[in-house]
Structures are given as structure tokens and as C-alpha cells.
Write a new protein. Structure first.
Length: 150
């Protein structure tokens, strides 16, 4: 299979559907923390706003300027993040990174839909964009709770 055919296969209908329907794209009015992350190789950016209460994510908003893969990841994150603990978010970030970079397993529920991005393992130049939403969220959580992900 040629590289062009591999790339076409990578951008599956499921990835494109997720990218086209990202929830929680409105920024929060008064977030406890906001973080903007950028993937230097491709220039994708994600800005995340977070509110937390009693150790749970209670508010989330994001502005996503990324490729379809980064958008798909942001879509899965936003669809599942409300009600999660910092530990769940940190674990999802670590598991997604391991899945992409080391052939690790798919992230645990509620972020198991990130399995749609398994075909991107071979595209190292796409990994940073895929990780942006979770990376920014982990940093934002850390601004609210310094003990998160410690």
C-alpha cells in the first residue's frame, strides 16, 4: 500500500465524523484555569478552560485549531470529561501517549473511543496534535489542583 493510500485510510469516516462534531467548543466565562498548547511541528493549537469542584471536572470548554486527528481526539475528550477526576484525565493522557508511541493498549473508559486513533501510530508527526487536548487539560487541572497528576 502506498503512503497516499495509508494516509487516506488514516482519515477514516469515523475520525472525520468526530472532527466534524466536537462538543464543548464554547470557552468558559470564568474558568478556574485556561491553557493553550501548540504542536510545534504542525502548528495545531488547543486552548482549554477548566472548572473543578470537589475533585471533579464540572466545566470544560475548548477552542480547537488542529488537523482532523487532533479534532477527533478533542471530540472524544470533550464528550467524556465532565465528571471525571484529575487522575482519570492524567491516566488517559499517559495511555494515549503510550498507545501512539509504544504500541500500548487503548485508553481506559471513558476515553476508550480514542482507539479510533490507533492507525496514527505510524505517523509520529501527528502524535503531538492528537495529544493536545489532553495535554492542555492536564496542565489546566494542575493550575487548579497542584497535587493532580503528581
Amino acid at each position: 500500500m502506498s503512503n497516499d493510500q495509508d494516509l487516506i485510510k488514516l482519515y477514516s469516516g469515523r475520525i472525520l465524523a468526530l472532527a466534524a462534531d466536537i462538543p464543548l467548543t464554547d470557552r468558559l466565562q470564568n474558568p478556574q484555569a485556561s491553557v493553550k498548547e501548540r504542536a510545534p511541528l504542525c502548528g495545531s493549537t488547543v486552548t482549554v478552560d477548566v472548572n473543578m469542584d470537589k475533585g471533579l471536572i464540572t466545566g470544560f470548554g475548548q477552542d480547537v485549531k488542529a488537523c482532523a486527528l487532533g479534532q477527533a481526539a478533542a471530540s472524544v475528550v470533550a464528550s467524556n470529561i465532565i465528571g471525571c477526576t484529575p487522575a482519570q484525565i492524567c491516566k488517559a493522557r499517559d495511555q494515549l501517549s503510550a498507545m501512539l508511541r509504544n504500541g500500548g493498549p487503548v485508553p481506559d473508559a471513558p476515553f476508550d473511543a480514542l482507539e479510533v486513533l490507533e492507525p496514527a501510530r505510524s505517523y509520529k508527526n501527528r502524535h503531538a496534535s492528537i495529544l493536545l487536548s489532553l495535554e492542555a487539560t492536564v496542565k489546566a487541572i494542575g493550575m487548579v489542583d497542584e497535587t493532580a497528576c503528581a
